[in-house]
Design a protein around this ligand. Structure first.
Ligand code: SF4
Length: 368
């Protein structure tokens, strides 16, 4: 049995560590590319959301590398994700692929099914399960702080592209680390490598990234929006990182962080109940980011994404009330990086002008 799973940003690194640790052979699909999307678009229904198309492309590319079993997360709630595994299974079977699909449903309401399916992947003893879960979790924590640090550096780097070069090298290193000791050394190495990148003196603007989880986490799907903003001198902070995804999808409710539930409450005046996906979180985080004095927010959603369409309808009110500029970007297979760049440049320009005006009037009234 050679297992595979879809890409979603750097999630593949801790997932590979975990599944290998409990005794599986893992085939990671090639990183998402134009080819991946082309394959998925050809075999998916036209109005399926972008993540499904990219997922299908990932699976076909993984089959070409020898994978024969797909591990997929299940879902509940009013959004199409809950049907993803069934639809993907049908589409791929019709294309003639012979494979098994193991669906890991969220614990809420599916605990026995989750245990039954998970047993198919569990080929070692209990201690290997605990150790690999701990090891994978440590990698996920390091990846989260690496991603945050990279975004800070990118916005200030003196030589454009230097931060991303270091980032790529570090990702390749952490993927292959198989011992806890080396992981501790790696953490130190990250700090050293990042401190070597020369910085400009200016304070960058800070832009929050919210929206549908897949488009927020997968740089190919969001056309490298964080990298592009970094090149324009903006630091980015996301509403979700890898560990948040794990907590939200794999932890039972009582283990979910309290502060997250608190943040979601700030969406209630605009969206009073769960609308599926991360629709409510998107609104809550715009409120949260504005309270933290962020300069602007980018809201990402795949074309036809239902929860984020609901969120989008509430954004004008939130943006006006909290005086924070929000730009929504709808992504599909026709979106291109060049087109996005022009819009991002205009958005960053607008924020910089707004900031200058504010500084100017502060100086006029209060002195500098
Ligand atoms: S959250 Fe949006 S993009 Fe994701 S599965 Fe649901 S509808 Fe599709």
């Amino acid at each position: 049995m050679k297992i595979t799973f879809p890409h979603m940003g750097n999630v593949y690194i801790p997932l590979k560590t975990f599944f290998e640790g409990i005794g599986n052979e893992v085939v990671v699909p090639p990183l998402c590319s134009k080819k991946t999307l082309e394959i998925g678009t050809k075999i998916a229904p036209e109005f399926a959301c972008l993540p499904l198309k990219i997922n299908l492309g990932n699976f076909v590319e993984a089959f070409e590398k020898g994978a024969d079993t797909i591990v997929m997360a299940g879902g509940i709630g009013p959004c199409r994700f809950g049907y993803y595994c069934e639809i993907e299974r049908e589409i791929l079977k019709r294309q003639g692929y012979d494979f098994e699909m193991i669906v890991l449903e969220p614990p809420k309401g599916h605990l026995f099914e989750l245990i039954k399916n998970f047993k198919k992947l569990f080929k070692k003893d209990m201690s290997s399960l605990i150790n690999s879960a701990k090891f994978a979790w440590k990698k996920a924590i390091i990846l989260d702080s690496l991603e945050k640090a990279i975004s800070k550096k990118r916005a200030k780097e003196k030589i454009m592209g230097k931060t991303d070069k270091v980032y790529r090298e570090l990702l390749a290193r952490i993927e292959n680390i198989s011992e806890e000791k080396s992981l501790e050394k790696f953490d130190q190495e990250v700090k050293e490598k990042l401190s070597e990148i020369e910085e400009n003196q200016e304070n960058p603007i800070i832009i929050g990234i919210v929206g549908e989880i897949y488009t927020v986490l997968e740089p190919f799907a969001n056309l490298n929006v964080e990298k592009q903003l970094g090149e324009l001198g903006a630091e980015t902070v996301r509403n979700i990182y890898i560990t948040d995804w794990v907590k939200g999808n794999l932890f039972p409710n009582f283990l979910k962080p309290k502060d997250h539930r608190e943040v979601v409450k700030s969406a209630f005046p605009y969206i009073g109940h769960f609308v599926g996906g991360h629709g409510q979180e998107s609104i809550a985080q715009i409120v949260n980011f504005s309270k933290k004095s962020f300069d602007g927010v980018i809201h990402l959603l795949p074309f036809t994404c239902m929860p984020e369409i609901v969120a989008k309808s509430a954004i004008p009110k939130v943006s006006q009330k909290f005086q924070i500029p929000v730009m929504t970007l709808v992504l599909d297979e026709h979106s291109v990086e060049v087109g996005l760049r022009t819009r991002l440049e205009a958005f960053v320009d607008l924020i910089n002008q707004k900031k200058k005006r504010r500084t100017f009037s502060n100086e006029m009234f209060f002195g500098s």
